[in-house]
Design a protein around this ligand. Sequence first.
Ligand code: ZN
Length: 319
Amino acid sequence: MLKQFAAMLSITLFILLFVVPFTSADQKLKVVATIFPLYDFAREVGGDRIDASMLLPPGVEAHTFEPRPQDIVRLNKADVFLYTGQFMEPWAADLLKGVTNKGLVAVDTSTGISLMDEEEHGEAQGEEHGEEPPEGHAHHGHEGKDPHIWLDPVLAQTMVDTIAQAFSQKDPLNSAFYQANAESYKARLKDLDARFAATLSMCQIRTIIYAGHFAFGYFAKRYDLDHVSPYKGFSPDAEPAPKSIKEIIDTIKSVGSNTIYYEELIDPKVARMISGETGARLELLHGAHNVAKDKIASLSYLKIMEANLPKLKEGLECQ
Ligand SMILES: [Zn+2]
C-alpha cells in the first residue's frame, strides 16, 4: 500500500515537473523578441500566459544595434526567441551559437515569406548611376534583401501565425489559447489592410517620398505605390549622397508632392534640408522598428500603423 502510494506520488511529481511546466501563474512562457513589432505580436498572441520582453533597449535604432554579452544570459533563461530574420538581425546566428540553453526555440519570423531584393523596390535614388554603396554600409546592407516585412499588414499575419505555432510547440497545453488570440489579432490586421487598401487606392500622388531609410518597400508594393528614399540599402547608418538628395528634390517637384516623410528615432536632418529646399512639409511616417521606453506599454503596431494612415491620406492626396 505504502509502495503504491509512493509510486503514485512520484508519478504525480513527474507530471507536475515535466508535463505542466507553463500552467501555473509563475511559470509563464519566457519570450524574448528582438524588435518592437515582434514584441507586440508576441504579447497579442501570448496574452497573460507569456512573459514577453524586447532584446533591443527601447528607443535604440534597430539597424545599428549590436547584441551584448548580457543578451546571451537572457536567452539562456528564455523559452522562445523571436527575430525578424537574417537580414534584419545578421548577428542572430552568432548570438545563438553562444547560447547553451538547449530548450530555447529560436524563431525566424520571416519563415514562409518571400523576401524582396533591393531592385524590386524600383531603384534607390542614385542607383542607376552605378554608385558603390557608402563605406560601412556593407554589413547592414543585408546582401540586397529587404527585412521590413512587418510593415505590410498581410505579411504581418503570416508572422503572427509563425509566432503562434512556436508558442504552441513550446507550450502545447495553451495551444488553443494562442491560436484563438492569433485569429482575433489577424482579424484586426485584415481590417487594417482593408482600410489602407481603400484609402490608398484613391491617392492622386502615387509616390511616398521618404527621407529615411528604405523601410516601406513591402508596404508600398502591397498598395501599389512607389517609394523613393535618398538612402541606399535598408539601414539609416550612412549619410545619403548630395546627388541622391538632389534627385529627391527633383522627384518632389515632378510628382507635385507637398509632403516629405521622415522616420522615427532619428533626427530628421535630411528631411529638414529637403523641406528647406522645396517647401514640402515634414510628416512622421513611423516604421515601428522600436519605440521610446515610456511608449512601450501605450503604443502598439496597430496604433502606429493607424496613425500613419491619415498622414498618407493627406500627403498623397487620397480622396
Ligand atoms: Zn529599417
